[in-house]
Design a protein around this ligand. Structure first.
Ligand code: EPZ
Length: 430
């Protein structure tokens, strides 16, 4: 089984290029099959989730050509099947975007109920409510969600919770419904805006994405387009916090600094210097880190997808910090692993109370999910001694070449596949 072997202690220094946003890419991929014309997508991250999504799209007849590692050409013209029961698709949450896309284009879709990260209950009631408001009949049978309508008609939807997934899913279906749809209490995340921009570049008429009211005027057909996905806010934020915990100096390049504001603000609060330029952000951690409090919130609040990373940093910050998780109810599973590395953290419900320690020490641990996995790698990079991380498949769902990018910043990290490779790593790193 593949593991990351990490020898901690090196400050990360240098520049790292950030890839396309995974969570925008997943929805944009689904949207791309809503036209019979060809779509060219640039800045596509080469990660497991996007690759599984493309595999599922191919399973129903989409033709996908990889022009280069980050550019794909997609044609949905030959789609022959509206049922996605691909085994792999269960593993990714974003399979629900295929429901919105196929329902919008063909008035019918059937998709295996999504699985995904192990971060707690993840209902899809708001997706279903939205589709129903557009006139679809939605039912769950034999582990499949089946949505169909004679004709989708625009509707008025008030989301009971701020949800990225349901906002995008309803936007997809509504862009080809008859008449106007209004989504209130919509999510405002950068990837919601990116998907709206992508659909608009295909001829959709979506206004207000990025605010909490989105208005969609349905169109009869969408056309081909060429589009570049925005940079990944969370990949960038992860490297920024990796700089902080290793007392490093890292510039994340190819980013939109505006999307990183809540992350930069917290880094400054705990004692880092953050310099922004047009498309880069530099984080310098010259001083000891100090405590702070943080609560995860929908955008523009501090992202839940950065919660494990900030907790790892606060675990090494002087004083007591409190982290409150307000989006998912089970996102502190990694704390047990971090405790094995010497952290002093008590979790009560959705709150973690952190007493900063002066150092972590290397241990053998497992990645419980994508972001927590990345955060544990960060802990390993800061720790004294060697850390071994299992289940790195979770990390590979959303980070492209994670260990290689870290190596580029001076980290001692390798992917090892056997006891022999591990011994070699230990000999090399001393
Ligand atoms: C997206 O998940 C992301 N995934 C998640 O990223 C991210 O953590 C999350 O948004 C929040 O930003 C993808 O984009 C594929 P939500 P999503 O719908 O859309 C509740 C990562 O690490 N809710 O915004 O599934 C839900 O339980 C992943 O990259 C309902 O109650 O999240 C949660 O409490 C992990 N009913 C809140 O809303 C619904 O129908 C926000 O969830 C839908 C959601």
């Amino acid at each position: 089984m593949e593991q990351y072997a990490i020898k901690g202690g090196n400050p990360l220094v240098g520049e790292v290029e950030i890839g396309g946003a995974k969570n925008a890419a997943l929805a944009i991929l689904a949207a791309s099959i809503m036209t019979d014309e060809t779509v060219l997508i640039e800045n596509m991250p080469d990660v497991r989730d996007t690759n599984v999504m493309m595999q599922a799209m191919e399973s129903i007849g989409a033709v996908i050509e990889r022009i280069d590692r980050h550019t794909v050409k997609i044609s949905g013209k030959a789609i022959r099947d509206l049922a996605i029961e691909d085994d792999y698709i269960k593993k990714i949450r974003a399979s629900y975007y295929l429901l919105g896309a196929l329902l919008g284009k063909y008035n019918k879709a059937q998709v295996t109920l999504p699985g995904g990260c192990n971060i707690g209950l993840r209902p899809i009631d708001q997706h279903i409510k939205g589709f129903r408001a557009l006139g679809a009949d939605v039912r769950i049978e034999h582990g499949l969600i089946i949505a169909e309508a004679e004709k989708l008609k625009g509707g008025h939807i008030y989301m009971d919770v701020v949800t990225v997934g349901a906002t995008i899913d309803v936007m997809l279906a509504a862009s080809m419904a008859e008449g106007q749809t209004i989504i209130e209490n919509a999510a405002k995340e950068p990837h919601v805006v990116d998907v709206a921009n992508f659909l608009n570049s295909m001829g959709a008429s979506i206004k207000g994405a990025g605010t909490d009211v989105i208005r969609i005027k349905g169109v009869n057909r969408l056309h081909g387009t060429e589009y570049a996905i925005i940079p990944d806010q969370i990949e960038a934020g992860t490297f920024m916090f990796a700089a902080a915990v290793t007392k490093g100096d890292v510039t994340v390049k190819n980013v939109i600094p505006k999307h990183l504001e809540s992350i930069s603000a917290k880094l400054m609060e705990i004692g880092c210097e953050v310099e922004e330029s047009d498309d880069a952000v530099r984080v310098v951690a010259a001083k000891p880190l100090t405590h702070t409090h943080v609560k995860t919130l929908p955008y523009p609040g501090f992202p839940t997808d950065m919660q494990p990373q900030i907790t790892v940093a606060l675990g090494l910050s002087k004083g007591t910090s409190i982290v409150t998780e307000s989006i998912f109810e089970n996102r502190f599973k990694y704390v047990d692993e971090l405790t094995r590395m010497g952290a002093s953290i008590k979790v009560e419900g959705n709150t973690a109370i952190i007493d900063g320690v002066s150092k972590y020490t290397g241990a053998s641990i497992s990645a419980p999910d994508l972001r927590a996995g990345a955060a544990l790698v960060m802990a390993g990079l800061a720790a004294e001694g060697t850390t071994l991380i299992d289940d790195i498949k979770f990390i590979e769902r959303g980070y492209e070449d994670f260990h290689l990018k870290l190596q580029g910043l001076g980290a001692q990290i390798e992917k090892v596949n056997s006891e022999r490779e591990l011994q070699k790593f230990r000999l090399k790193t001393g």
